[in-house]
Design a binder for this molecule. Structure first.
Ligand code: NIG
Ligand code: FE
Length: 419
């Protein structure tokens, strides 16, 4: 089925697509809205038309100056959206990774002074320029693997100045390279050593000093808290997330990752954009999230990397909740950013269908960032963020795993990767 958009001003046409996955059921076949033998037209960086190539000429006028890209039988799909990363950080923690093999848990390593606090030490010692330099190649890797929109958190500074420094680095990254970057203030990622044993005093600092400073400088779109046993309680998380909401920051937070605390229920109560991880969430809590329209963002790379049981995705899906998938890219619990591999984990380990997995890294991930309609699908009006993959059909994206199938990436209509 083709849907005509505004054909005026078409400046880009992509033809020769063996199939185009739109992620809009109304635009094609099945849950993913797949159009066989398809073409796409865009104007000023936005999709104006998708449909069977046989209808292209009659549906849109193509000015001679329009750029034409022949996909040569590749599969087209929306750029991936990664709604949860800790991509900006200094240092690395491969020694902790090695310690886990003989049996040390993530929490034991953190309690011994490693974990997040080890990255905090390295990040505090780095300048904005250094953080940017370290992050740029990581973003280039994301882009090569098809991620065109990313969320990046602060949370390795844990002082007002160091949190602002991280957010300034995140802001600059959005200007320096093609991946669209949206920042989350995660000052409540851990209790810093200066506040050991005084978590409420640190929450005061987050609410009274950090949040106002972040909001005033417009450095973040979202607010996050690591709501976890031994870190921030549900009551502390509520206080921070509500204070963030008062300053216009939408809540998306670490909930029920290692211990069932009631993070899912809190997300529903405060109307968060997403609750993330949920390895230990109660399905009843996720049912409440569904009622409140909160997206469940699952991060199977973390369970994989830490050797933990995966989130019960099927039980969550049965509640009708919207399920997104993200990488959680960070130096401690998930040092990987390939969302094609994340899809494979979702299908083989969490028993999601290949359709649900692909929606998880596109349209549902856009929902987890409040960006649906802009990214995550190829509906007319959305940004022309489009991947061309060297696969015979879209299912091969997660079926053939551990390799990169993406050979071309368009961001807002511009070719930014060609391999
Ligand atoms: O999502 N859980 C808290 N934050 C990260 C880990 C960050 C780190 O270990 O540096 C997570 O798993
Ligand atoms: Fe995380």
């Amino acid at each position: 089925m083709s849907v005509p958009g505004d054909p005026a001003g078409v400046d880009l046409v992509v033809t020769g697509l063996r199939e185009l996955v739109t992620c809009e059921p109304a635009l094609g076949d099945g849950l993913l809205g797949v159009i066989p033998e398809a073409a796409m037209a865009a104007a000023a960086g936005r999709v104006v038309w998708v449909g069977p190539q046989s209808r292209l000429a009659s549906a849109v006028g193509i000015p001679p100056a329009a750029r034409q890209l022949d996909a040569h039988g590749r599969v087209g799909l929306p750029g991936f959206v990664d709604s949860h990363t800790h991509l900006v950080h200094a240092g690395s923690r491969e020694h902790e990774y090695a310690l886990r093999a003989p049996g040390a848990s993530y929490q034991e390593i953190a309690a011994a002074g490693g974990g997040i606090l080890s990255t905090v030490r390295a990040t505090r010692a780095a300048s904005v320029d250094e953080l940017v330099e370290l992050a740029l190649p990581r973003l280039a890797t994301l882009l090569r693997h098809g991620t065109t929109t990313v969320e990046i958190k602060s949370g390795y500074g844990l002082t007002t100045a160091d949190e602002l420094k991280m957010l300034e680095a995140i802001r600059r990254l959005g200007e320096l390279q093609p991946v669209e970057v949206h920042a989350t203030f995660c000052g409540a990622h851990e209790i810093p050593p200066e506040f050991k044993g005084r978590p409420d005093a640190y929450v005061d600092l987050v609410v009274d000093e950090m949040l106002p400073a972040v909001a005033e400088r417009r450095l973040a779109r979202y607010v996050d808290v690591f709501c976890e046993e031994g870190v921030f309680s549900v009551a502390q998380a509520r206080r921070i997330l509500e204070a963030g909401a008062q300053r216009g920051l939408r809540a998306k937070f670490h909930a029920d990752e290692f211990v069932t605390l009631g993070g899912a229920e809190l997300a529903a109560e405060i109307g968060a954009l997403s609750a993330d991880h949920l390895l230990r969430a109660r399905p009843e809590g996720v049912a409440r999230m569904k009622e409140a329209g909160v997206t469940a963002a699952l991060l199977p790379g973390t369970a994989f990397f830490l050797g933990l049981p995966y989130a019960p995705a099927r039980a969550f899906l049965e509640t009708g909740a919207r399920v997104a998938l993200a990488s959680d890219f960070n130096p401690g619990s998930s040092m990987g950013c390939n969302l094609q591999l994340v899809m494979t984990m979702a299908v083989s380990q969490m028993k999601m269908s290949p359709e649900e997995a692909l929606l998880g890294v596109t349209l549902n991930a856009a929902h987890a960032m409040g960006l649906e309609g802009e990214v995550g699908s190829l509906r007319p009006g959305a940004w022309c963020d489009m991947l061309l993959a060297d696969v015979p059909n879209w299912r091969h994206l997660s079926y053939v795993y551990g390799v990169n199938h993406v050979s071309r990436v368009l961001k807002r209509g511009w070719l930014v990767v060609s391999r």
